[in-house]
Design a binder for this molecule. Structure first.
Ligand SMILES: [Zn+2]
Length: 150
């Protein structure tokens, strides 16, 4: 719960602010040249990850080829880590652009990687407000970290 309260009070852009802090403070799993992998503090399901560029850009068309390549590689890494560690039945991988489409932070593009289990509920809440799972964020971070080491 402490983490959620902190994020609510955060000024500015989460995806611009987070990389300035320590990895384990912000639950950053991987830092690349152009982008990074971070745990969602408002997860739809345990293990809900996000990949974002360092640059504050709103649209997919704003991304450079190098950013797209690295973000794509990181999405692969996320799917693989979650598959091996948590054995989900499926995934939702996608981008919400604009608040009407469900983006919580609509100024800074990010890809969601959401593991899904049979019966975990329907698809719609992913695109709207996510449910809150306050406990277990640090445990999930510790479990997944090793998959993202070089
Ligand atoms: Zn930003």
């Amino acid at each position: 719960m402490e983490y959620i309260l902190n994020v609510d009070k955060e000024a500015g852009c989460l995806f611009c602010n987070a990389p300035k802090d320590a990895d384990d403070e912000r639950f950053i799993l991987k830092r690349g040249k152009h982008s990074f992998v971070i745990l969602n503090l408002f997860p739809y399901n345990p293990g809900h990850l996000m990949v974002a560029p360092y640059r504050h850009v709103a649209h997919f068309y704003d991304l450079t080829p190098d950013e797209i390549t690295e973000i794509g590689e990181f999405v692969k890494l996320c799917e693989k880590a979650l598959s091996e560690e948590t054995h989900p039945d499926g995934f939702n991988i996608g981008i919400n652009i604009g608040r009407v489409a469900g983006a919580g932070f609509d100024g800074h593009i990010h890809v969601h990687i959401v593991p899904r289990w049979n019966g975990d509920t329907n698809f719609m809440p992913i695109l709207g407000n996510t449910k809150v799972i306050p406990e277990g964020i640090r445990a999930t971070y510790e479990k997944l970290k090793r998959y993202f080491e070089d």
